[in-house]
Design a protein. Structure first.
Length: 370
């Protein structure tokens, strides 16, 4: 998990110039101290700003003085965000007090006049909650981490990374449907492969292949050249034995995985089931060339030739039967106790009239099945 900080720039709009703070003359000391902090990066100026704004509140303890309380929220949230080591010795209740103040301000009818300021406060608080949440993440306490990530989300709902953290925590807690929902919600114009794959993997783990396929297809529309998502979609179709859906993906899949024996086999098997025997034969041979010790492509190729020998084409019948025997014998060498292979090989020997081999296979099958 990366990108723990939310704000894209350090102390955004409000610290860009003192003019942003100059709402009234009475706040001048607060504004100046914040400006000094921006210039000198010394947290003593944040401490001075807090003393100034607190004195203003004490001098005029009017809880309806929105402007003064907004600046108190600005100062407090700045300290929480910047002073992560608590060098200013703020009490443990400081975060709670600041969030309570912020929530009261956000419910005020006059707060629309301070939208940039409150956006800054909310982003600072969201960062603080994320930072605290990661302390729990690092200790594998995802219950408390999730609670804090949700608090961060409340103040910065526009930052998608927080939703990714919530999804991650839910996944760790076994809240799989909730995790998948959050990951799926991240699949939009700026989708990341990791989010699509995370949602797909979770859906597949709970047996919801339909939802897994939906998120993968949505991800591929946004990321059409992504190899991981292409392979994921192909695997879903292959596992479902939906060869008609799989076939259109095969040219691209084969093109970018030319030396992958497993993918060559999957493609061959697909074409085999679609009765496109020439393509299947070629790809079985490619799979065998890439991995000559794999049983499945050798057995399937032998079976393919045997099926073709059963088609009534007398001129090629014997040739296909001989090929079937050749490859089935190789498969039998790799896996001598595979019953399916032995049974097909027995049929092939019957076609060639090889009585000795027929008896040998019969005895072998009796040993395995008794």
């Amino acid at each position: 998990m990366q990108g723990r900080k939310i704000t894209s720039s350090f102390l955004i709009l409000l610290f860009t110039s003192s003019a942003a703070f100059c709402q009234t003359e009475v706040l001048k000391s607060v504004v100046n101290n914040l400006a000094f902090y921006k210039k000198k990066q010394d947290i003593k100026y944040l401490s001075n700003a807090k003393k100034s704004v607190d004195s203003l509140i004490k001098a005029s303890p009017d809880t309806n003085d929105v402007e003064r309380n907004v600046y108190r929220a600005i100062v407090n949230s700045s300290i929480l965000y910047i002073d992560s080591l608590n060098k200013l010795k703020m009490p443990p209740s400081f975060l709670g007090q600041t969030t309570d103040l912020t929530d009261r301000l956000l419910s005020s009818r006059k707060i629309y006049r301070f939208e940039p300021e409150m956006n800054y406060v909310k982003e600072c608080l969201a960062n603080v909650y994320v930072r605290k949440a990661f302390v729990y993440v690092n200790n594998s306490d995802f219950v408390n981490a999730l609670q804090l990530f949700r608090a961060a989300q409340r103040y910065a709902p526009q930052f998608k990374q927080v939703n990714a953290y919530i999804a991650y925590s839910n996944n760790k807690l076994g809240n799989l449907h909730e995790a998948a929902k959050y990951y799926a919600g991240l699949i939009d114009d700026s989708a990341k492969t990791d989010y699509v794959e995370a949602a797909s993997t979770i859906y597949k783990s709970v047996g919801d292949t339909v939802s897994a396929l939906e998120v993968v297809k949505k991800g591929r529309k946004l990321l059409p050249n992504d190899r991981t998502l292409l392979l994921d979609e192909a695997n879903i179709y292959n596992n479902k034995k939906d060869y008609n859906a799989l076939a259109p993906l095969l040219p691209q899949l084969l093109d970018i995985n030319q030396n992958n024996a497993d993918i060559a086999f999957v493609a061959a098997n697909c074409y085999d089931h679609l009765n496109q025997y020439d393509k299947a034969e070629s790809l079985y041979l490619r799979a065998i060339e890439l991995n000559s010790s794999a049983f499945d492509p050798i057995f399937n190729l032998g079976l393919l030739y045997f099926k073709q020998s059963e088609i009534k084409q007398e001129r090629s019948k014997e040739q296909n039967l001989a090929r079937a025997v050749q490859w089935l014998e190789k498969a039998n060498e790799i896996s001598p106790n595979d019953v399916n292979c032995l049974q097909v090989l027995q049929l092939a020997y019957t076609g060639t009239g090889n009585e000795d081999q027929i008896k040998r296979i019969e005895n072998k099958l009796k040993q395995l099945t008794n």
